[in-house]
Write a protein that binds this ligand. Structure first.
Ligand code: FES
Ligand code: FES
Length: 205
């Protein structure tokens, strides 16, 4: 079959074809206007529709505390709070977050003073390389807000959502549990790292 002399180049025809090969005259939307309230400040941005939330937080807003581990939803290092709920920000398009209230790890210490949970992570040695820490802090923050009475088992359930390659998780659980107890007015846990390690060994024996 002869190709009409005025036919569009093949690559343009392919670009216009829909998933079943039907030619569409609709222009694909490549950008989106979004309004994000991040850590209490509202930002209006025009972003490529394909960009994910963590990318916009880090590159456009300079909030580099949120880490990107796997970029596929597996590790949780990119966890932020959206409307108070923990989400993996590598799986959320920035356009999907339009109008949402987002909290990142930077919100925990706005004046450079660590939050009680951050202090507990430091005291309990709940981080080593620290790559996963922002995600666990936001996960723990959401849990303690929603369930201030969360016990060790409940904390373990929540913590199992994210991955840590260094700590073995126990110290992360200890830190969240200590913060929960302190929030309930219970005396601070002064167990040393060695004692905590022995206690864990006894519990698992
Ligand atoms: S970077 Fe988002 S889940 Fe791993
Ligand atoms: S502290 Fe290194 S991955 Fe968790």
């Amino acid at each position: 079959m002869a190709v009409p002399a005025d036919a569009a180049p093949l690559d343009e025809q392919v670009m216009e074809a829909g998933p079943l090969g039907a030619v569409s005259s609709a222009t694909p939307t490549t950008e989106a206007d979004v309004r994000l309230t991040v850590n209490g400040t509202t930002h209006r941005l025009t972003v490529e529709a394909r960009r994910n939330l963590v990318d916009v937080l880090r590159r456009d807003l300079g909030l580099n505390g949120t880490q990107v581990g796997c970029d596929t939803g597996a590790c949780g290092s990119c966890t932020v709070l959206m409307g108070g709920e923990p989400v993996r920000s590598c799986l959320v398009l920035a356009a999907q977050a339009d109008g949402a209230s987002i909290e990142t790890v930077e919100s925990l210490a706005p004046d450079g003073i660590l939050s009680p949970l951050q202090e507990a992570f430091r005291e309990k040695f709940a981080l080593q390389c620290g790559f996963c820490t922002a995600g666990f802090l936001m996960l723990g923050t959401a849990l303690l807000r929603q369930e201030p009475d969360a016990d060790c088992e409940r904390i373990r359930e929540w913590v199992s959502a994210n991955l840590c390659r260094c700590t073995g998780y126990s110290t992360i659980v200890d830190a969240i549990e200590a913060t929960a107890k302190a929030g309930r007015g219970q005396p601070p846990d002064t167990t040393t790292r060695e004692e905590a390690s022995e206690n864990r060994a006894e519990r698992s024996a």
